[in-house]
Ligand binder design. Structure first.
Ligand code: NOJ
Length: 549
């Protein structure tokens, strides 16, 4: 672990998707008291911090990413007092707590948006959002051809004839970040939660806040949450002007001492563009989605690791390693694709009808966590990956809640399959998630994957994660040390981590289909699966080694 001020440089951060973590009041939806009740689990798992997805008052048009009030808690999730207790209980358990901030858009039920609708065209209230006149006869066509990430036009018409921009659902109107009032409001929101003791903020779509003020047409219409985004001259993704906002936010967070942090969610074109967000006077960290999107092949993974390390090091920031979150197909399922069927660099979602070998996916996911936790920097764990959960691909149509399902005209099933509530116990109405049913049904097979079933079970995914996290804390060279690549057989990765005091740990990952031999003079102290009869590393297996026989 790094010292307390720079804890975030090598922290392991666990993502709690609040709706699906633990339900204490039989609403079928998880809540803040549920997270509090599971803090001992998270502490014992061995993570350093917890990031909790939005819990603010919301009509839930997008799982809470449509915020109606940034300074309170939705009754479905608890009260403001519950949030304060969660922060202090987390601290008592030795965990840091990161909250989710959604600055690109509010809910259409936010007081500002209601006021904007009531006040009419040209009003100061409307200038907090992006309202424009339409085109064509009677202004009946949208102001531009921009598409919502959830499908359809990104513009919605209001009764007086103006249109407002929503890069996501129509219930999520985009704020106007040209307006100083918006800038000031978010400084105050940051202070509100910093004053309550949070250790940081995850910034939702951090790359979308600034729009090209000439509002040009894109000329094509394929923007989708499910596709990689375009480069730096796009009218709304990843514009250079967005960085002014984060320089202002950095000044605010620095007023609170050096140990509170930001992590940007920014799906950008390249590691170079991502590094711009973590320059010394901007954000501390950003999710590294290039790694998440790299296919399971040594020749794809290694260059991504190198470029992510180099680009962040050039600006003095650590890299983050992420394999799953609530927006992408769980990686145990992505890695289950047979053959080389993943589009290069496009590993976010598994398309329907792709042939899958779920055992292969799980083997690779087990190896991937040893790879991830051996890389320099900070790592994220998405709830349930430590249980080896797969994406639930067969949710019935009628339970789907992701707006992507409706907005795509039922062409894209959306992200519910990675949001199915966590199985805590081998039985019970929702496997310990709550006292009643869960908001999305859990597969019956998840009983055997529950925390209860896996605790103490030799070889379980949960015990592998626990061992890896414990050893990462104990091994001085993991986390914050340097990385040096060593010669490795084709299809494998081998690297050494050193802490500058001579201690070394090796990580070997066999991403190929044939066994590879391990370096002589070293002893395996953790492996993701059984070694071969002569001590060789089986396909889709990783190991940590140290010098010795
Ligand atoms: C990214 C969030 O992770 C996702 O869940 C949400 O739908 C969009 N941003 C819009 O807020």
């Amino acid at each position: 672990m790094s010292g307390s001020d720079d804890w975030w440089r090598d922290a392991v951060i666990y993502q709690v998707y609040v709706r699906s973590f633990a339900d204490t009041d039989a609403t079928s939806v998880g809540d803040l008291p549920g997270i509090r009740s599971r803090l001992p689990y998270l502490r014992d798992l061995g993570v350093d911090a917890v990031w909790v997805t939005p819990f603010y008052p919301s009509p839930m048009a997008d799982g809470g990413y449509d915020v109606a009030n940034y300074r309170d808690v939705d009754p479905l999730f608890g009260t403001l007092a519950d949030a304060e207790s969660l922060i202090s209980d987390a601290h008592d358990a030795g965990l840091r707590l990161i909250v989710d901030l959604v600055p690109n858009h509010t809910s259409d039920q936010h007081a500002w948006f209601r006021a904007a609708l009531a006040a009419g065209p040209g009003s100061p209230e409307r200038s907090r959002y992006i309202f424009r006149a339409g085109r064509g006869p009677g202004g009946g066509d949208p102001p531009t051809d921009w598409q919502s990430a959830f499908g359809g036009s990104a513009w919605q018409r209001v009764p007086d004839g103006e249109w407002y921009l929503h890069l996501f659902a129509p219930e999520q109107p985009d704020l106007n970040w040209e307006n100083p009032e918006v800038i000031e409001e978010f400084h105050e929101v940051l202070r509100f939660w910093l004053d309550r003791g949070v250790d940081g903020f995850r910034i939702d779509v951090a790359n979308a806040l600034k729009k090209d003020q000439s509002f040009p047409d894109l000329g094509h219409a394929e923007e989708s949450l499910l596709e990689p985004v375009e480069g730096p001259h796009h009218p709304f993704w990843d514009r250079d002007e967005v960085h002014e906002i984060y320089r202002g936010w950095r000044r605010v967070i620095d007023e609170y001492g050096g140990d509170r942090i930001f992590v940007a969610e920014a799906w950008v074109h390249s590691p170079e563009r991502l590094a711009c967000y973590v320059r010394p006077d901007e954000l501390h960290t950003a999710f590294n989605f290039a790694f998440l999107q790299a296919s399971w092949a040594a020749e794809r993974m290694r260059p991504v690791i190198d470029s992510c390390l180099a680009t962040t090091a050039a600006v003095g920031a650590p890299t983050t390693w992420v394999l799953s979150n609530h927006d992408v197909t769980r990686h145990a399922t992505r890695y289950a694709r047979l053959g080389d069927t993943a589009p290069p660099g496009g590993e976010r979602h598994v398309e329907p009808d792709v042939p899958l070998d779920l055992e292969q996916g799980l083997r690779r996911a087990r190896a991937a966590v040893l790879l991830t936790l051996a890389l320099p920097g900070s790592a994220y764990i998405y709830q349930g990956e430590e249980l080896g959960l797969h994406e639930v691909l067969d949710l019935p149509d009628e339970v789907l809640q992701d707006p992507v399902w409706e907005r795509s005209g039922h062409k894209e099933r959306g992200r519910d399959g990675c949001r199915v509530p966590i199985p805590w116990t081998v039985d019970g109405p929702s496997l310990g998630f709550g006292d009643g049913a869960a908001w999305l049904p859990q597969p019956a097979s998840w009983s055997g994957l529950s925390v209860q079933a896996q605790t103490g079970a030799e070889g379980s995914v949960l015990e592998l994660y626990r061992a890896a996290l414990r050893l990462r804390r104990e091994q001085p060279a993991l986390g914050s040390g340097a990385l040096r690549w060593l010669d490795s057989p084709e299809g494998a990765l081998l690297f050494e981590r050193t802490d500058g005091r001579g201690a070394a740990t090796l990580c070997a990952v066999n991403l190929s289909a044939t066994p590879v031999s391990l370096p002589p003079g070293h002893r395996v102290f953790l492996a993701s699966g059984p070694l071969g009869p002569a001590g060789e590393l089986a396909p889709d297996t990783a190991a940590w080694l140290r010098p010795g026989q």
